[in-house]
Design a protein around this ligand. Structure first.
Ligand code: FAD
Length: 475
């Protein structure tokens, strides 16, 4: 059959992976079309993920901090919440960014075709055109013929099968809509997304229970960092139920009655006003008709790729959440650049040594590379240097003396191979540790680098100085 649109590069999905790939491909001279079912650029991250959650977390942090100024002799009244205004504020933050991306696309002559895309064969995608703010299909279809394609279809929240449909039961997208401020909320899944949303809602006045199947909250970073977070957040939670599952939810007029099973399970069903499902995200690989193009998709919905981000079909690439863990925006963006560069004929490969992770909770927990737990698991010999923020002037001044900065060094080479920071702005500081790891820095490199005083970032240098003494082959 014929096609309505022809292009060098078709990018499927306009999230951080998709728009980064499209912009790089266009910059490298490829005529690029991007297919996206939503009205705006930015995908999950900008519209219903990283950015709106951080807008709300910032508001929550300011509220929390104001309440703690009593010890400094400053007392604010109990805050009142205008939820409509807060929702508008959040939408404004998102709108600035998605609008900016639309402008950048226009400048590069990257056209967006709105709708659901699925492969017809290895060189054609059919788009069921959508309209409005949502994903309403118009019935119109467009066929796009492409020379090369990058699949950036992202991921979606997992919905537990036994949980009924009810406006009081939401996933992260629903929680970010701020339709209600419930008295009591159950968070199913104690991972980063769940705990970030718990932070927001609890700061706005909601009491929180968390239920988690595993024996820990926030599974990624070392336990010493999570312990600090737990101590600072104990006031937010009524119950944290570990090694526990939800088994049934009954939606009644007066509330949602939840039954539990496991170590922390209460004997009777517990009543909640709202439930957040944050029990993981699943890749969208099975939803794009990849088989028609001959692209392999795993049972779980991931699309396997090589270091050039190529799928098994050489002119079709895949990037971002749809290719695997960690499902993070910064990973998607870097993979996007590699795919676009390879497609444009450049030599490029994804060879990041480390990918940082951050929980933007209060306090933040950030980690990169080896944790002590990971090193132990692999039997890798490491040296650990921990600088407690109780010895940092700025941390004390900021009321954050509970935090710490920890660096992990390879015991043989003395190079830094990991870092964990807990405390305000930990996420902003972990970038220095990422750079140090990528550049093969050792404790002396970091310790002898003059950091500004007094800053929280200085603690990275101080942790390196702690390690200094234990490095035998350095002056
Ligand atoms: P997505 O952002 O998922 O984009 C995929 C796009 O493809 C979507 O817009 C979708 O509509 C579109 N699409 C899919 N299939 C089709 C189709 N068939 N046709 C047309 N369009 C299609 N990551 C961080 O790094 N930092 C954070 O702070 C952070 N916070 C988060 C908070 C929340 C609440 C959530 C849910 C996620 C968060 N993430 C965060 C993860 C981050 O959002 C993702 O890793 C990132 O969005 C992945 O980018 P992507 O381009 O792979 O996919």
């Amino acid at each position: 059959g014929g096609s309505d649109i022809e292009c060098d590069m078709l990018v499927l999905g306009a999230g951080p992976g998709g728009y980064s790939a499209a912009f790089r491909a266009a910059d490298l001279g490829l005529k690029t079309v991007i297919v996206e079912r939503y009205a705006t650029f930015g995908g999950v991250c900008l519209n219903v993920g990283c950015i709106p959650s951080k807008a709300l977390l910032h508001v929550a942090a300011v509220m929390d901090e104001a309440q703690h100024m009593g010890t400094a002799g400053i007392r604010f009244a109990k805050p009142t919440v205008d939820i409509d205004a807060l929702r508008k504020h959040k939408a404004g933050v998102v709108g600035k960014l998605t609008g900016g991306l639309a402008g950048m696309a226009k400048g590069r002559k990257v056209d967006m075709v709105r709708g659901y895309g699925h492969f017809l064969d290895p060189n054609h995608v059919e788009v069921e055109v959508t309209t409005g703010d949502g994903q309403d299909k118009t019935g119109e279809k467009k066929v796009i013929r492409f020379k090369q394609c990058i699949i950036a279809a992202g991921s979606a929240a997992v919905h537990l099968p036994f949980i009924p449909k009810d406006p009081r039961i939401v996933d992260s997208t629903g929680a970010l809509e701020l339709r209600q401020l419930p008295a009591k909320m159950l968070v199913i899944g104690g991972g980063i997304i769940g705990l970030e949303m718990a932070t927001v809602y609890s700061s706005l006045g909601t009491r929180i229970d968390v239920v988690e199947m595993m024996d820990v909250l926030m599974a990624g970073p070392d336990r010493d960092a999570v312990k600090v977070w737990e101590k600072q957040n104990a006031h937010r939670f009524d119950k944290i139920m570990l090694k526990t599952k939800t088994t049934a939810v009954e939606a009644k007029d007066d509330g949602l009655y939840v039954s539990f099973e496991g170590d922390g399970a209460p004997a009777e069903p517990v009543k909640y006003n709202m439930i957040l499902q944050s029990a993981g995200r699943a890749p969208n690989g099975k939803k794009v008709g990849a088989d028609k193009a001959g692209v392999i998709v795993t049972d779980r919905g991931f699309i396997p790729v090589d270091a050039q981000m190529r799928t098994n079909v050489p002119h079709i690439f895949a990037i971002g959440d749809v290719v695997g863990q960690p499902m993070l925006a910064h990973k998607a963006v870097h993979e996007a650049h590699v795919a676009a560069e390879v497609a444009a004929g450049e030599k490029s490969a994804f060879d990041a040594t480390v990918i940082p992770g951050v929980a933007y909770t209060h306090p933040e927990v950030a980690w990169v590379g080896y944790t002590e737990a990971q090193a132990k698991l692999e039997g890798k010999k490491v040296e650990t240097a921990k600088f407690p923020w109780a010895a940092s002037g700025r941390a004390i001044a900021n009321g954050a003396d509970y935090g710490f900065t920890k660096l992990i060094f390879d015991a043989e080479t003395h190079r830094v191979i990991g870092g964990t920071i807990v405390g305000p702005s930990a996420g902003d500081m972990i970038g220095e540790v990422c750079l140090a790891i990528e550049m093969g820095a050792d404790a002396v490199d970091i310790g002898k680098t003059i950091h500004p005083h007094p800053t929280l970032g200085e603690t990275v240098g101080m942790a390196a100085e702690v390690a200094h003494g234990s490095c035998t082959d350095v002056p």
